[in-house]
Design a protein around this ligand. Structure first.
Ligand code: ADP
Ligand code: MG
Length: 216
């Protein structure tokens, strides 16, 4: 798999391979680049290695060979593995992964826990981001009292609130019905671009890919 590059990459993947078992290669010398602020969609069928690639970028898995640079710094390569929390990125997955014991606003504010902000500033920024995804009125609700689409909006607010350099999406809409999927992908595209984050979005859905991507 080779995807054409761009001038000033904020993510550069160089001949990255990954093997889970000795006989089976999950990724074979993958190369691609994402320019700063670019929205890149990786489109492929099930089992083609999309989640593997996104987990490697996130740092949840280690590469077997090749290297990866993020915002100009090598994060994975021979003898090098920078942990996920040191990569200035956030990942959004399909099962939301919200804390069930925290209200929506506290789930969002949790993403700001490491930043130097007062509790008030954190609440304020979180409420503003919930408002942006249309959920300000639900700030005090717990995830279990929200629909699937609302929970995914909270997850999106949590991902965007810290304005990460890189946003990773692993088929975040595949649990939702078609109507909602279409509405949410429009929101993902516009909010991500407003935040100025680089995005890597994986999907097996061609129409989703064409709706979102600067580059597929
Ligand atoms: P996709 O997200 O495109 O469906 P995956 O990255 O999940 O693809 O899987 C790529 C291949 O790697 C598949 O053949 C899958 O069975 C295998 N694989 C994925 N994760 C693991 C794992 N933790 N252990 C062993 N094999 C795995
Ligand atoms: Mg997958």
């Amino acid at each position: 798999m080779v995807i054409a590059g761009s001038a000033a990459p904020s993510l550069r993947i160089d001949r990255v391979s990954k093997r889970y078992t000795p006989t089976k290669l999950a990724l074979d010398e993958v190369e691609f680049q994402a320019g700063s602020g670019e929205f890149v969609v990786l489109l492929g069928p099930s089992f083609s290695g999309k989640s593997t690639l996104i987990r490697l970028i996130a740092g949840i898995e280690t590469v077997e060979s090749g290297q990866m640079a993020l915002h100009g710094k090598m994060v994975a390569g021979p003898g090098k593995h920078r942990p996920p929390e040191g990569r200035d990125l956030v990942m959004v997955v399909r099962d939301y992964a919200l804390w069930p014991h925290m209200k929506a606003i506290d789930n969002v504010a949790f993403a700001l826990r490491r930043l130097k902000m007062s509790a008030d500033e954190r609440r304020c920024a979180s409420l503003a981001m919930l408002d942006r995804v249309g959920l300000a009125a639900y700030a005090e609700q717990y995830p279990n009292d929200l629909s699937g689409g609302e929970q995914q909006r909270v997850a999106l607010a949590r991902a965007l609130v810290s304005k990460p350099g890189l946003l990773l999406f692993d088929e975040p809409l595949s649990n939702l019905d078609a109507d909602l999927r279409e509405r949410l992908r429009v929101e993902i595209a516009s909010l991500t671009r407003e935040c100025g984050s680089t995005a890597v979005y994986i999907t097996h859905d061609q129409s989703e890919a064409f709706a979102l991507a600067d580059k597929i």
